[in-house]
Design a protein around this ligand. Structure first.
Ligand SMILES: Nc1ncnc2c1ncn2[C@@H]1O[C@H](COP(=O)(O)OP(=O)(O)OP(=O)(O)O)[C@@H](O)[C@H]1O
Ligand SMILES: [Mg+2]
Length: 261
């Protein structure tokens, strides 16, 4: 269980997250949706304890991670895995070595166990055949799949994804979406998926929150999101529709404003 409670965070330019609260129940896939710069990656960094909020608490499995010492945070972090925005594979390691890296580094398992876990993880994403390839030999979509296999290999309770389908073609996007769904149904892993891809959000979400400039403006299901009449939600889901309405103008930061008469 992850519980974000009244979290606020400020960088030099001002508040990046304002009084952010949401809950992720075990086994669900939460999607965090919102435009560029709204604070999505920042939430993942907070969950991993890489940065700390100015106020509020972040409770993971009953333990508030705010102010936790690095050693204890390390224990919490070991239960989680992050699929980075750009896959972030080690270029000088093979696919197999990339997937097993964390397990070898932890040194808690036998080589035999790790080999088996790496095989299982690569089979799960359908890339067992390329286990001896180097990352440079893979397409962008395959790299993302390797990144998912790497996350899966450490048997995490929580997988965090930062823009898992950004820059992928529709077929690879579909494959990644299906893998996320399968991890939900078959492995019952808890997942937090940060994305601005609406199709991915609709496909994988059990629960969805939407951010706008660091504030939560929606919390509910996909059906509830589609039915929302909040102007910011509508603008994100169908920008053409909102911007074509009278008195609505784009702003320099990629948003829009409604000019009152
Ligand atoms: N270390 C930092 N120092 C100062 N400002 C930062 C820092 N990290 C992020 N920000 C600012 O915080 C805001 C939110 O950033 P964040 O990376 O969380 O956005 P995002 O929603 O992930 O965007 P994108 O979809 O483009 O990845 C942005 O305005 C960004 O400039
Ligand atoms: Mg981001």
């Amino acid at each position: 269980m992850i519980d974000f409670r009244h979290v606020s965070l400020r960088f030099d330019e001002g508040l990046v997250l304002t009084d952010m609260s949401f809950t992720v129940v075990p086994g669900e896939t939460l999607v965090i949706l919102g435009p560029s710069g709204c604070g999505k990656t920042t939430i993942l960094r907070l969950l991993l304890g890489l940065i700390h909020p100015e106020s509020g608490s972040i409770v993971i499995d009953g333990r508030d991670i705010v102010g936790l010492r690095e050693r204890e945070m390390g224990q919490v972090r070991r239960t989680m895995a992050l699929v980075f925005q750009g896959a972030a594979l080690f270029d000088s390691l093979t696919v197999r070595e990339n997937v097993g890296y964390r397990l070898w580094e932890e040194g808690l398992q036998t080589d035999e166990f790790i080999d088996q876990r790496v095989d299982e993880s690569l089979r799960f994403v359908g890339l067992h055949d390329v286990s001896e390839h180097m990352p440079a030999e893979l397409s962008g979509g395959m790299k993302k799949r390797v990144a998912i296999a790497r996350a899966l290999a450490s048997t995490p309770r929580v997988i965090l994804y930062d823009e898992p389908t950004a820059g992928l073609d529709p077929i690879n996007t579909h494959i990644i979406n299906e893998l996320i769904c399968r991890l939900h149904t078959k492995e019952a892993v808890t997942q937090v998926v940060v994305t601005h891809d609406i199709d991915t959000a609709y496909r994988v979400a059990n629960h969805l929150i939407m951010l706008h400039r660091g504030e939560k403006i929606f919390d509910g299901t996909v059906e509830e999101l589609k039915a929302s009449d909040d102007l910011h939600v509508r603008a994100f889901l169908s920008p053409g529709g909102v911007l074509s309405t009278p008195r609505c103008f784009p702003t320099k930061d990629g948003g829009y404003q409604v000019i009152d008469d």
